[in-house]
Design a protein around this ligand. Structure first.
Ligand SMILES: Nc1nc2c(ncn2[C@@H]2O[C@H](COP(=O)(O)OP(=O)(O)O)[C@@H](O)[C@H]2O)c(=O)[nH]1
Ligand SMILES: [Mg+2]
Length: 453
């Protein structure tokens, strides 16, 4: 049948009940009339009609070992039972280990109904969007090429394929349109069977071409709609409990209104004083530096034709560190006296330059910190006041907190806090889209069945 050296492939069949998954599985495993038609010979059980089908998840391998197929149940046939079936799917997938192709089984020309969509979307979550996107092929398993309606209408077949591909692409939000294959997995004559073998090979070939089988070991069980509905009710109850407990804790820890108000106003004051301190410090930093600033200046206005020598007396309020003067090529500068805070001297204008006019100047430079000493002293005074203010506020805050802190240490408050934390983690667990473990899912399935009884 298949060449023994052929690469081994794992396939998973997905679709709602009655789409022909089990029949297709049998055909892919062993395309043989007895195997397909004799009930006792079939590998996967086939439903009599759309509604009576086994929901068990089954895995089987072809005689030569080259093809392993996992048949999965559809979803939403019975809300309470779904979860149990899906746990089984995850467990079986763990055993399968990896998958080369996920086959979406869809009857030809049957647009997807809600049950189909629910099923496929659920399995997308279960196997992971990446596995679904990379390894997906749609198969119409009941396609009769010889049927009158297709004969001579290749465009019609083309439209059917395109429609299925688009529908699935939109439903699953896939980047690329998935490939579609058609075959008749329940041929009625040997001749028909023979005709289907090529298509079968092509489906297997598609799976073999996938070099990177998607791993299935880490799969978790997604919550079914029924579980989500149940959990959201539980969450509502837990949230109410949480609110009650939080309220109890607040009551227990309550401090008198007068003290609360005082604490609020202290906190407010601390905030204000801190920003005032910041403002003062910034100001101070601007003045309290070694940089040189102009501390005195004598301007001498010189008109054309007016005198030859211009005397100046420069006095500075702080120690002079440097002297600068205008460099006018028509007048020369000279000093007659210089002390710590004074400079005397003159500018002499050359006779040939009597027609020049303008301003001559002498500037004294001193250290900024010395020049602005008074402002700096005032700023430092204000800063000290602010610091004292802050210290008093902190002291009062501390003593208030100490007085009422006992309330925060009460053992019953501790106990309430623990209860609140427990409810919180329970809410978190209930909000998760997946069960954390198979065991957790099994407990839930058990509970759901029991509550139904
Ligand atoms: N005519 C025809 N009937 C099919 C085909 N595949 C499945 N069926 C029928 O559809 C019904 C459901 O098939 P089954 O394989 O159990 O579907 P599953 O629930 O998806 O596994 C059964 O009555 C099958 O005989 C097919 O290719 N052609
Ligand atoms: Mg079936």
């Amino acid at each position: 049948m298949d060449s023994p050296s052929a690469k081994k492939v794992n396939l998973i069949l997905v679709g709602s009940t009655g789409q022909g998954k089990s029949t297709l599985g049998n055909f892919l495993l062993k395309p043989d009339m007895d195997h397909l038609w004799e009930e006792k010979d079939r590998t996967f059980q086939v439903g009599e009609d759309r509604f009576s089908c086994t929901q068990q998840c089954a895995v089987s391998t072809s005689a030569d070992g080259s093809v392993t197929i996992m048949d999965t149940p559809g979803l939403n046939e019975s809300h309470e039972k779904d979860l149990g079936y899906m746990i089984n799917v995850v467990k079986t997938a763990h055993v399968l280990g990896s998958v080369h192709a996920v086959i979406l089984v869809m009857k030809t020309e049957s647009r997807m109904d809600q049950t189909y969509k629910d099923t496929v979307l659920y399995y997308q979550k279960l196997f992971g969007a990446d596995t679904f996107a990379a390894n997906l092929v749609i198969v119409h398993p009941d396609f009769k090429k010889s049927s009158k309606k297709y004969k001579g209408h290749p465009d019609k077949i083309q439209r059917i394929l395109q429609q299925s591909s688009e529908d699935v692409q939109n439903l699953l939000g896939l980047k690329d349109a998935p490939p579609v294959r058609c075959l008749n997995s329940l041929p009625e004559t040997d001749q028909e069977l023979k005709e289907q073998l090529t298509e079968r090979q092509q489906i297997l070939q598609f799976a073999r071409a996938n070099l990177a089988a998607a791993p299935l070991a880490g799969l978790r069980v997604p919550k079914t709609e029924a579980v989500k509905a149940k959990h959201s009710k539980e969450i509502a109850r837990k949230e109410a409990t949480q609110a009650q407990l939080t309220d109890q804790k607040a009551q227990r820890m309550k401090i008198p209104d007068s003290a609360r108000e005082r604490l609020d106003s202290i906190n407010h004051e601390i905030k204000e004083q801190k920003s005032e301190m910041e403002r003062l410090n910034k100001h101070l930093a601007a003045y309290d530096t070694d940089e040189l600033v102009e501390v005195a200046c004598v301007p001498k206005v010189v008109r054309a034709g007016m005198g030859k020598v211009f005397e100046f007396h420069l006095r500075s309020p702080v120690t002079i560190r440097d002297v600068t003067y205008s460099t006018w090529d028509t007048a020369s500068y000279s000093e007659t006296f210089r002390s710590d805070r004074e400079v005397h001297g003159s500018f002499e204008r050359g006779l040939g330059r009597l027609f020049h006019s303008g301003t001559l100047w002498v500037k004294a430079w001193g250290i900024k910190r010395e020049y602005f000493a008074e402002i700096i002293a005032t700023l430092k005074g204000s800063l000290n006041e602010v610091k004292q203010h802050l210290r008093r506020a902190y002291d009062e805050k501390m003593s208030l907190e100490k007085e009422y802190a006992n309330g925060l240490d009460l053992p019953d408050v501790k106990c309430l806090e623990q209860q609140i934390a427990e409810v919180e983690s329970e809410i978190k667990r209930l909000s998760e889209p997946f069960f954390a473990s198979i065991e957790e899912a099994e407990r839930e399935a058990q509970e759901m069945l029991q509550s139904k009884l």
